[in-house]
Every structure is written in structure tokens, then in C-alpha cells.
Design a protein around this ligand. Structure first.
Ligand SMILES: [Zn+2]
Length: 713
């Protein structure tokens, strides 16, 4: 039996992540090695650390030291059946519950003297509870564990409570959320599973507000979620952000699938897990079949993505007409759990290496991001074989309601401008859950490394989408909010597949004459004519479609496009109210042109008028109104109050990376803030600002006073 080496600093063993994270780079890890797991890169103080308050820590969640131990411990559980082939067998004497203080100064599990009143537990797959502190007789402060080898995303909680005392109401404060505009402020509630019942939405009121942690924490702003759980004596309940969907559950589901699906693997994750790949297609046809690739769960806390993809698979293997027809002409390649390591570990967003995999698609590291490399080579293979028609990346959204899509940018004169919008348009016609007006078609520079844009720009797949689905629910036509129910995902999956089918009938018709070269489809007449062609020709190719079906489908397509066109015209009209702004911008733009500086940032249409932000902006850019970016150049800054002065001064001790009209510029400014010549600010809703550091960390600035006044001087 081999012994597991303890994670050691880089200089000794060359594969610890901790010191490397501190120095800002990461080592190459041999695939067979255990991955050291560090959960302490952002050590949060507790309210216990504040001088006037002393509360006992009664529970410490388990923190596996490395990936091998994590797998071994979880796979001991009868419910755990994932396919890990570890070359090292481990025999761990692991006294999990009621353990004495370990050499690291941590209890694992409950502190014994409190087990008479309550027991917390998160020692299971996807579990995430790092600490529980007893605040008063019936009130506990809880901390989510940070993601492995990361600074903390803090969104995902999943733990169990057993009430050992008499019947009572237990007040829980989960104190280390990071998001300000969380869905918990808009009606979302935790999910709860009492005893042997099934998961349901927590019924009582919940409060999401600034966290008590802010009093003792040095960096960043935290939020807390507070709710009261009524519990009888010896009641047990599980609580989670959303209904958990584990790697084991995925395997159980896949095992139950009929032979119609082919189960394979994309490759192995960083920790050695099999990443499942599902291939679904229909009877062989003579024509070569293009691929439609769908992936989900890059972000572990977005469990709705798993629910949706499971429903999509179920619908595809059903004998529904649109599914059968689609499978006659296409091969579906589905990767249902991209970040399987993160899911098992109970991470919120990151991979085991502590990286957001959806920001690693352009330049994945050969050792640290095998998941991304394997997916990219799969797509490459499909591309070389018969081509990939479409790529969809399914996510969950923690701030917005409903479902919506992001797609790449195409200019208005491009034929793809309309085509790229067709799928979301069809979907929105089918269901209230899908909101066309939440969709965006942009190729943002900040998303350059995302799966969607890499598939579009580097791997040249024309139709690439990120499909976002709220972690909470949707808004109906009367603007009432509803939390998602299981049948909503069943319907959404059906609608998605049916919409893909409609989309393919329009955009990828068989035996259709190609449209004349150079002729763009932005004219409605063209679209309709082409649609007729596409439709009738694909008809002759299809044997089983009834005539009634055809007419209905045809009308649907025509109506969808008509409405689509109307909507676009309406949208354009409504934006004409910004005309005043436009002319002000033009003025600035022409001034900039005269300035004869070749490095001028491009002035966007939504540049604010100079009157509003001070008339002597020398050069500036303001991007769209949702996320405004302003750059001042050749301009000394003066400050209105000491707080702002300190903030900015502080921020300039580090390197800052600047965005400037699509170019990335690095600038080093040390200490002397008055000599700043390039400065970048972001603002959301004009009330918050932050400076982005070279390291990617954002620092908040006191914006309401800072923002306009800075520009005036
Ligand atoms: Zn996501």
C-alpha cells in the first residue's frame, strides 16, 4: 500500500498550489498526483474575532487536503458511485465526527459539548458548510467554504441540521455571500428537505442584507441570508441554495437511460474523474450528419443547468416527432457535467485548480485545465468530420429571473444577424419562461475566454449560445414571479429541442439552392422567400410529416419572423430618444479627431454629454449604459475627500490593466496618484465604482461623490 504524500510547498514537491497562488502563478501538476486542495486563500475572520464578542465555533466542515482523499472518503459512501480509478489505495483512520482538535487547530465536525443541542453536517458529495458559530440559544452563524484553491465565490451551501434539543425555531445566518443583487432579494428562498420528504422551497420569510461580517472583515463587502427554521426535537433537514444535483445523481440517471444513447467520455478531469459524454442520434441516413453540441455545469452551483440538460436528454430519446426528426439529421454530443471535480467538492464556481473554466477556453493550461482541452478537441474532431451546426453552453443565473441566451455579435448587414436571433426568438414564442429581451448578442472582450466566444471565434461554429437559467424562477406576462417547478424544466427542455428543430428547418435546409452570392437576408421579403424555399425543399426530403403539421409549422415560422421584425423596429424607435445624447457624443468624437492623438479611444454612441460629467474630459470613452467604462487620459485627478483620495492612492500602488478601445494596455503607477494619466473606472447603475487591478481583483470606490466630481476637475 502506498502512502499519500501530504501536500507540500512547491519548492519541495513541485505540486502544491498554495504558494503558487500567492505568487500569482500555478505549477504544472502531473495528472496522476493528488491535487492539493487549499481552502484558506481568503481566510475570513469570524465575529468571534471581534474584541467585544466571544462566540464559540461549534462545527468545522471537513476540508479534504487533496483530491485522492476527497474521492476515497466520498466513494466509501454507499450512495457514491462515480468512476474514479485511483492508482493509490488509501487506508485512512478518519474519525470524522466529534474529532479532537487536529494538529491544524481545527475540529472536524461537531464540537462534542454542543452535540446535545444540535448537529451540523456537510460531509457528503457537494456538501458545503465550513463553520457554524453559536450566536445565541437558538441562533447560529454559518460560513460557506471557499472554492478549492480559490479566493472564494461563496454562493453554494448544502448541509444538514439535526435538532437535538426540544421543539424550537432555529435562526440561521449564512454570513459570507458576495453578491449584492442576489435573487435572494427578489423572492428566491433556500431549498429544504425535511426528514425523508422531498426537496421543497423554504416557506418562511428570508432576509438578505449586509453581513455582520463586514464589521470584522478587512477586505470586500459581504452579505448575509437570514431565515428561521421550525424544527421538532430530533427533526433532521437538509438545506441548500438550490436543489443539489450531484455527480452520483448524474451517473444514476445515465445508467437508467435506454440503449438509444451512447455513453462515453470526453476525457478525465484534473482529479482523474471520467467526464461523461453522451451521443444521441437516430437511424443512419445517407447524408453526413452535422453535430449539435451541448454542455452544462461548468459552474458547480448552477444545478438548474443539470436539471435542464437531463430533461433535454430525456426528450431527445423520447419518441416525440421533433426529437426523432432532429436525430435523423443531426448527432447530439452532450457533456452534462463539465466541471465534475468542482461539483463533487461542493465548489460554487471554480474548478479544482481554483479557476473559472468558462474563462479558460481560449488558452487552457495543458495540465491545469484538461476538461477544457478535451472539450475543445472533441469539438475540433466534430468540426473536421461533418461540421458543427450549433454549440450551446447551459448555465444558471444567480441575479436574474427567467431563461435567456447570449450569442455572438454579427453586424446588421450580415445574414447571420437574423439567424443568430432565430433560436431565442422561437423559444420566447413558445414559453413565458424564456425572455427574448434579456438576450444579448455581443462579443465582449471580457468574455473572450468563454466557451461561447471561443467556439464562435476560434473554432468557427456559427451558432453558439450561452443559455442562462435563473436559479430561482421566472416572470409571467402579468409580471408575477414564480419559482421554478420540476415541470417547468421539462417544458423548457421540450421547447428548446423543438425550437432547435424549427431553427434547423430554416437555417440548414437539405437540398436547398443556395441564396445568390452577396445577397443579404436583412430584407424581410428575402427571409420569407428563403424560408418558403427552405421549407418546401426540406419537405420533399422528409417522408413522415403530415400536411397539417407542415402548414402549422410554416405559419409559425412566418409569424415568428414577422413579429421578430416588428420587435426590432419597435426597439430601434425607442432608442431614438437618445438622440440628444448622440449629438453630444458626435461633438466629443469630432473634438477627439481634431486632437490628432492616434491612440484615442473610440467614442461610443452612449457617451454621456459633457455637461453632465464635466466639460473638460480630454479623451474618454463610455461603453454601454449597463456597464459603463470611462477612461480619462492625460489628466490629473483631484479628489474631494480624504476617503476617495486614500482609495485611489491605494489602488495605484498596484499595476492596473486598462481597457482602451479594444486594446489592453498595462500601466504601472506607483504611489503618486497626482501623476495618473490613464485611469479606468467601472460603474454599474451609476452608484458603485471600482478599479480593476492587474490581478483581476476589483476594488470598490465610493462612487456617488467620486464619479461626477472626478470628471469635473
Ligand atoms: Zn455559469
Amino acid at each position: 500500500m502506498e502512502e499519500i504524500p501530504a501536500p507540500l510547498p512547491l519548492i519541495q514537491k513541485k505540486y502544491s498550489l498554495e504558494p503558487d497562488m500567492i505568487f500569482g502563478w500555478k505549477p504544472k501538476i502531473p495528472k496522476s498526483s493528488p491535487i492539493p486542495l487549499d481552502f484558506n486563500l481568503n481566510p475570513l475572520p469570524t465575529c468571534k474575532d471581534s474584541p467585544e464578542q466571544k462566540f464559540p465555533i461549534i462545527y468545522h466542515g471537513y476540508r479534504p487536503p487533496n483530491s485522492h482523499i476527497m474521492h476515497k472518503l466520498f466513494s466509501n459512501k454507499s450512495t457514491y458511485n462515480y468512476l474514479i480509478k485511483s492508482s493509490i489505495s488509501i487506508d485512512i483512520e478518519y474519525n470524522y465526527k466529534h474529532a479532537a482538535l487536529s494538529s491544524l487547530g481545527r475540529y472536524n465536525g461537531m464540537k462534542k459539548e454542543f452535540t446535545e443541542e444540535i448537529e451540523f453536517d456537510s460531509f457528503f458529495e457537494c456538501g458545503n458548510l465550513d463553520k457554524a458559530i453559536k450566536y445565541s440559544k437558538n441562533e447560529y452563524d454559518l460560513y460557506m467554504r471557499s472554492d478549492t484553491n480559490a479566493y472564494g465565490s461563496y454562493k453554494w451551501f448544502y448541509f444538514q441540521i439535526i435538532n437535538k434539543a426540544e421543539d424550537r425555531v432555529i435562526k440561521l445566518n449564512i454570513v459570507n455571500f458576495k453578491e449584492q443583487h442576489s435573487l435572494f432579494t427578489q423572492g428566491q428562498k433556500p431549498m429544504i428537505k425535511y426528514n425523508d420528504q422531498s426537496w421543497e422551497q423554504f416557506q418562511g420569510p428570508v432576509v438578505y442584507k449586509l453581513s455582520k461580517l463586514n464589521k470584522v472583515v478587512k477586505k470586500g463587502t459581504y452579505y448575509q441570508l437570514t431565515f428561521e427554521v421550525p424544527m421538532k426535537s430530533l427533526d433532521s433537514c437538509f438545506l441548500a441554495t438550490t436543489i443539489p444535483y450531484t455527480a452520483s445523481e448524474l451517473h444514476q440517471f445515465l445508467d437508467s437511460m435506454p440503449s438509444k444513447i451512447q455513453l462515453g467520455s470526453v476525457g478525465r478531469s484534473l482529479s482523474g474523474m471520467t467526464i461523461p459524454l453522451i451521443t444521441i442520434t437516430g437511424n443512419n441516413s445517407k447524408n453526413p450528419k452535422k453535430y449539435i453540441i451541448i454542455q452544462a455545469r461548468t459552474h458547480p452551483s448552477e444545478t438548474v443547468a443539470s436539471v435542464l440538460i437531463q430533461n433535454c436528454i430525456q426528450y431527445l430519446v423520447s419518441n416525440e416527432k421533433s426529437a426523432t426528426k432532429l436525430l435523423k439529421r443531426y448527432v447530439f454530443k452532450i457533456i452534462p457535467m463539465v466541471n465534475i471535480d468542482g461539483v463533487i467538492a461542493g465548489n460554487s464556481r471554480m474548478s479544482l485548480a481554483g479557476d473559472d473554466l468558462n474563462r479558460k477556453f481560449a488558452e487552457p493550461d495543458t495540465m491545469l485545465h484538461p476538461e477544457v482541452l478535451d472539450i475543445k478537441s472533441l469539438v475540433d474532431r466534430c468540426n473536421n468530420e461533418n461540421g458543427v451546426l450549433m454549440f450551446i453552453d447551459i448555465h444558471g443565473h444567480s441575479k436574474k429571473k427567467g431563461s435567456f441566451m447570449y450569442g455572438p455579435y454579427f453586424p446588421l448587414h450580415s445574414s447571420t444577424y437574423f439567424n443568430i436571433r432565430l433560436l431565442p426568438k422561437y423559444l420566447s414564442k413558445k414559453t413565458d419562461i424564456f425572455r427574448y429581451y434579456s438576450c444579448k448578442f455581443k462579443s465582449e472582450k471580457s468574455m473572450r475566454q468563454s466557451a461561447r466566444l471561443v467556439m464562435s471565434q476560434n473554432l468557427h461554429i456559427k451558432y453558439t449560445y450561452t443559455m442562462e437559467n435563473s436559479l430561482y424562477g421566472y416572470i409571467d406576462q402579468d409580471r408575477n414571479s414564480h419559482s421554478f417547478k420540476p415541470h417547468n424544466f421539462k417544458d423548457l427542455a421540450k421547447n428548446l429541442i423543438e425550437s432547435i428543430y424549427k431553427f434547423t428547418k430554416y437555417t440548414d435546409p437539405r437540398k436547398t439552392q443556395k441564396s445568390p452570392k452577396g445577397r443579404h437576408k436583412h430584407n424581410l421579403q428575402d427571409i420569407l422567400e428563403e424560408n418558403d424555399q427552405a421549407y418546401s425543399s426540406s419537405e420533399s426530403d422528409s417522408q413522415s410529416e403530415s400536411e397539417e403539421d407542415c402548414i402549422e409549422a410554416k405559419n409559425n415560422v412566418v409569424n415568428a419572423i414577422k413579429n421578430f421584425r416588428k420587435d426590432i423596429v419597435r426597439k430601434e424607435n425607442s432608442s431614438s430618444t437618445n438622440k440628444t445624447l448622440y449629438s453630444a457624443n458626435k461633438k466629443i468624437h469630432s473634438q477627439n479627431q481634431l486632437g490628432a492623438n492616434k491612440n484615442l479611444p473610440t467614442v461610443n454612441k452612449r457617451m454621456p454629454s459633457p455637461q453632465k460629467y464635466g466639460s473638460n474630459i480630454e479623451k474618454g470613452v463610455m461603453k454601454n449604459s449597463a456597464q459603463q467604462v470611462m477612461i480619462c487620459e492625460n489628466k490629473s485627478l483631484s479628489f474631494y475627500d480624504e476617503k476617495i483620495k486614500a482609495d485611489v492612492s491605494n489602488s495605484l500602488n498596484s499595476d492596473i490593466t486598462f481597457d482602451k478601445s479594444g486594446q489592453r494596455i498595462s500601466s504601472v503607477q506607483k504611489k503618486n496618484y497626482s501623476k495618473v494619466n490613464i485611469f479606468e473606472m467601472f460603474s454599474n447603475r451609476k452608484e458603485k465604482g471600482f478599479v480593476r487591478y492587474h490581478s483581476g481583483i476589483k476594488k470598490s470606490l465610493n462612487f456617488p461623490s467620486f464619479y461626477p466630481k472626478l470628471m469635473k476637475n
